[in-house]
Design a protein around this ligand. Structure first.
Ligand SMILES: [Zn+2]
Ligand SMILES: [Zn+2]
Length: 91
């Protein structure tokens, strides 16, 4: 319960600094938003540690606000499928 509260506080602090909507699709429902570390140096890092660091370093070029869908794109593809669709020329 307390852990959860702490987590939400962290998310809130991150979003107030990094932006309150998905950088890619402009989703703004907080429950769908998360912080993505574009460098993901330490894969073992927990969600909470990541947020903690994002708050501390305040590096907008490294951390992005993304919704869960877009994060999936970045993880699997290196870029969101939304963006891929709009930039890839049709054959
Ligand atoms: Zn999105
Ligand atoms: Zn997207």
């Amino acid at each position: 319960m307390n852990q959860n509260k702490y987590y939400h506080k962290l998310i809130f602090r991150c979003l107030s600094y990094y932006g309150k909507e998905c950088e890619c699709c402009k989703e703004n429902i907080r429950e769908y938003l998360t912080i993505y570390d574009t460098q993901e140096l330490d894969a073992k890092e927990s969600r909470r540690q990541l947020l903690h660091r994002a708050v501390k370093v305040k590096d907008r070029t490294r951390y992005k606000v993304l919704c869960l869908n877009c994060v999936k794109g970045y993880r699997e593809n290196g870029i969101c499928y939304h963006k891929e669709k709009s930039t890839t020329p049709s054959p």
